[in-house]
Design a protein around this ligand. Sequence first.
Ligand code: ADP
Length: 158
Amino acid sequence: MRRAIYPGSFDPATFGHMDMIERSSRMVDELVVAVLNNSAKIPLFSVEERVSMLEEITGHLPNIKITSFQGLLIDHAREVGASIVIRGLRAVTDFEYELQIAQTNRTIDSGIDTVFLTTSLEYAYLSSTIVKEVASYGGDISKFVPKQLMDKIYAKYR
Ligand code: ADP
């Protein structure tokens, strides 16, 4: 059984994340989408909210599991039995940081490899930060996030 883990903040999930989830889930038997509970950042959505939103928007995909974790990604990957880490590359600015993390993780556990998917061109600019910025001014986010999430995002700024 080939299982991959796709970690991130998903605060909130965007069409860019969805694209990554759909494409990478076709390459493996099971894809674990893991929400990072990062105590260093104050998120817009709680971990529970992010997990439940991801469950809602990935409900149509058969082989997705949503989890959350704190601490080292490698520990959580081992916990769920994943040997592949999926990360997305949007621009060269992502590359240096991602390379460093991937190499660190492989040094810690040589049994876990990172696979990078390049972003689909239509979502290359898209990030959770951009979504929050536009939503905070009441702008239209329908091109950025699945429609089930729109009201939940606007509600945070009311
Ligand atoms: P993190 O805080 O770990 O970067 P994010 O939720 O911002 O968490 O991103 C999770 C993963 O999804 C990262 O690998 C990131 O590169 C990728 N990603 C984010 N937005 C996009 C996008 N528009 N297209 C492709 N990949 C993306």
